[in-house]
Design a binder for this molecule. Structure first.
Ligand SMILES: *Cc1c(COP(=O)(O)O)cnc(C)c1O
Length: 398
């Protein structure tokens, strides 16, 4: 299907989404599809997940002087996006779900906090009820990072549709991929208008009434301001569309596999399964459980490997994983694009944050005792049963 979709674009000789009829654009079609899937008012196709995050932050009016709360366990791009918007990332602990700890989030709110970015890591939905309630009380913008959880849900609602904005990635390593690409989802007219302007330096020139199609033109102030070029190419949109049409069957298969494995190992006394805030919404490509000690986790990992089950401890014995805050060197060192344009020393910023490698000890503790196994749609039920047997066998010796 991917080939067919891409060839169709080549045959049309239209690789650029604007300049022609929008209803014949692949990027437009992808936006329509995700709007329907996730039940939001607007979708904005962009060239990367990072671009979606930056556009969402700029869209929400985040800028110099603001703090944005992010979890200690996420891809570095979550923090980078905050810095590119000239705001200060405030890093908080994750809990045994390996997603943002709502209490740590609440404790980190200051008068400078403008937004929070809960990250649905490894397909696992965050504790959105708690996070949304805390954010609402403090009038914060909630931007969901859905880069690793496309197709997931929380209490029946699509991830990316619960906060004020949601950001998808179609980068090579994600579940649904076009090599590169991203999508901003929002039902907020103002975020959509500002993000649209930011994602294209000439946005307001590509024909008249870019915003007219949703009929609220007059209610949104969209005087143009400078933007970047985050537009999605028609080829990437066609690829993303071909892949996205398979999400539901893919997630369905993964959920049945993971459910079978969890049933088979949940009674093992000395392992503890990752807490999943809503198992029905887990994209389910990642199985994680914790051992009581780091030494046991390391022994478990190598013995499981010997049983033929590829796995890892998440902190990989200290290997610099870009998903763990202590390895985000330029964040830890407060290095920005320029000393004269540094969010931490900006004259508008009146707050103060400190970073240190040991600032989130609970995160490091969970990660160092976690065993992680990746699940694939090509796994059979027999493969799942072999995995169960191997985990049980190794657990008996630990
Ligand atoms: C991949 C990823 C991103 C960035 O997406 P890109 O498309 O690579 O820019 C952001 N956040 C998380 C959690 C990711 O995994």
């Amino acid at each position: 299907m991917e080939k067919e979709y891409v060839l169709r674009v080549l045959q049309k000789k239209r690789l650029f989404r604007y300049g022609g009829r929008q209803d014949q654009s692949e990027a437009y079609a992808l936006e329509q599809m995700y709007k329907e899937r996730t039940n939001v008012k607007h979708g904005l196709a962009v060239n990367a997940g990072t671009s979606a995050l930056i556009s969402a932050l700029i869209g929400a009016g985040v800028g110099p002087g603001d703090e944005v709360i992010i979890p200690s366990y996420t891809y570095i791009a979550t923090a980078t996006a905050v810095l590119i918007a000239r705001a200060v990332p405030v890093i908080v602990e994750v809990d045994d779900s390996l997603t943002m700890d709502p209490q740590a989030f609440e404790a980190a709110i200051t008068t400078y906090t403008k937004a929070v970015i809960p990250v649905h890591m490894r397909g696992v939905p965050c504790q959105m009820d708690e996070i949304l309630a805390i954010a609402d009380k403090a009038s914060l913008t909630v931007i969901e990072d859905v880069a690793q959880a496309n197709g997931g849900s929380y209490k029946g609602r699509a991830l990316g549709s619960l906060g004020h904005a949601g950001c998808l990635s179609f980068q090579q390593y994600k579940l649904v991929t076009a090599g590169e690409g991203g999508m901003l989802l929002t039902s907020d007219d103002s975020i959509y208008a500002r993000a649209s302007i930011y994602h294209d330096s000439a946005f307001t020139f590509w024909g008249n009434n870019r915003f007219a199609r949703w009929g609220t033109e007059s209610s949104v102030d969209f005087d143009p301001f400078p933007g970047e070029n985050y537009r999605m190419s028609e080829l990437n949109a066609a690829l993303a569309m071909a892949q996205s049409q398979r999400i539901d069957s893919l997630v369905d298969r993964l959920q049945r596999l993971k459910g079978r494995i969890v049933e088979g190992i949940r009674d093992i006394p000395n392992i503890r399964l990752q807490r999943i805030p809503d198992p029905a919404g887990d994209v389910s490509y990642s199985l994680v459980f914790y051992l009581p000690t780091v030494a046991q986790a390391q022994r478990f990992s190598s013995e499981l490997q010997q049983e033929g089950i590829p796995n890892g401890t998440i902190d990989n014995n200290g290997f610099a994983d870009r998903h763990i805050y202590k390895n985000w060197t330029y964040v830890m060192n407060k290095v920005a694009i320029s000393d004269k344009d540094n969010p931490w020393t900006n004259e508008h910023y009146k707050g103060h944050v400190e970073y240190a490698p040991d600032m989130c000890p609970r995160t490091l503790d969970w990660l160092s005792r976690a065993i992680s196994v990746s699940l694939h749609q090509s796994m059979t039920d027999e493969d799942a049963d072999d995995l169960i047997e191997a985990v049980r066998k190794v657990a008996a010796t630990i």
